[in-house]
Design a protein around this ligand. Structure first.
Ligand code: FAD
Length: 295
């Protein structure tokens, strides 16, 4: 199934993001995680593409195929172009086709620290165009409610979204954010610029302080005072911090759904406990809203 069709039929598309386990870690853990995620009925699960990885030593296809073909959940395979040749990309797309995968999240990827960019395609819109010109996939793209870290501010970001829409993307998934007001401002700007594709809001439940510091340095996401207070108060109490992080994410999601968001994409970091807690807290509002839409 092509994910773009879900936005036609559903009020709020709900998905999880997972990553391929490290090469030497136990593959059994991912089976256990997927078993639990299946019971939560997400609309789809997306699978990340290792930063700096190559198409041939990347487990994204294998895991996306497992999600779809063993667990019967629609999957979206991520792909970055910054370190890949067009031949590599063709190989990857053919493998996805062989595995019956119909959806791709097409990304540029982060520029490597040594700045050795070996790909022929250097922006996501070029990758999107390359895919849509050559093969029949449903293509999602990334967007950044606070602007991309290399060019903060929304002007450049919205120009970038327009290019991705024109190139053939069918919907967006947003970078994580912790301040819904910034997201609503972003939505207004996007709408004013006539970008019409649906956007799924990216939410990450934060569970420990180190993780949040890493995320901020990678994404540049702003932290509202309320969020900072939680971090400070529970800094030395991991369980309380985890629970407060989940509660904060649930509050964000409920507010977004009530305000008419197109979809929610939860970065669960392979943690089925987080996924379960969030799903059970929002299942009523999600099913009510989706029923109203379908009537
Ligand atoms: P682009 O759209 O190419 O944008 C990158 C920068 O270039 C932006 O500042 C933009 O304004 C500018 N720009 C874009 N197009 C042009 C143009 N034509 N001319 C001039 N400037 C331009 N990374 C991974 O390695 N693996 C993953 O699995 C992964 N999954 C992600 C999932 C989501 C939902 C998100 C939001 C990000 C993900 N990333 C992943 C991170 C992503 O690769 C980085 O944020 C990367 O730096 C930018 O990717 P992009 O596709 O947005 O790039």
């Amino acid at each position: 199934m092509k994910i773009k069709d879900l936005f036609q039929n559903k009020k709020v598309v709900f998905s999880f993001e997972i990553f391929p386990p490290k090469v030497n870690s136990s593959i059994q853990t991912i089976y256990n995680t997927l078993e639990e995620l299946k019971g939560l009925n997400p609309d789809y699960i997306s699978v990340t593409y290792g930063a700096g990885g190559s198409v041939k030593n990347n487990n994204t296809i294998e895991l996306s195929s497992l999600v779809k073909n063993k667990y019967g959940i629609e999957s979206v395979a991520h792909l970055t172009c910054i370190g890949s040749s067009k031949n590599d990309i063709t190989y990857y797309l053919n493998e996805l086709k062989k595995n019956n995968i119909e959806n791709i999240l097409a990304l540029r990827g982060d520029i490597p620290k040594d700045k050795q960019v070996i790909g022929e395609l250097v922006h996501a819109n070029q990758l999107i165009k390359h895919i849509s010109d050559n093969v029949d996939f449903n293509i999602a793209a990334a967007c950044y409610p606070e602007g991309h870290i290399e060019h903060k501010g929304l002007y450049r970001e919205i120009e970038s979204m327009k290019r991705k829409e024109e190139a053939g993307a069918s919907y967006f998934i947003s970078q994580l954010f912790f301040d819904n007001n910034l997201y609503y401002n972003f939505q207004e700007e996007v709408c004013a610029a006539n970008v019409r594709l649906p956007i799924q809001a990216g939410i990450m439940p934060v569970t420990n302080k180190k993780q949040i510091e890493r995320i901020i340095s990678l994404s540049g996401a702003s932290l509202p005072d309320k969020f900072k207070r939680i971090m400070e108060r529970y800094e030395h109490n991991p369980e309380a911090l985890r629970d407060a992080g989940i509660a904060y994410a649930v509050e964000q999601i409920v507010d977004l759904i009530s305000t008419g968001v197109d979809g929610i994409h939860v970065y669960i970091m392979n943690n089925a406990y987080l996924a379960k807690k969030i799903s059970s807290s929002i299942e009523n509002i999600l099913s009510t809203v989706n029923k109203i839409e379908l009537v």
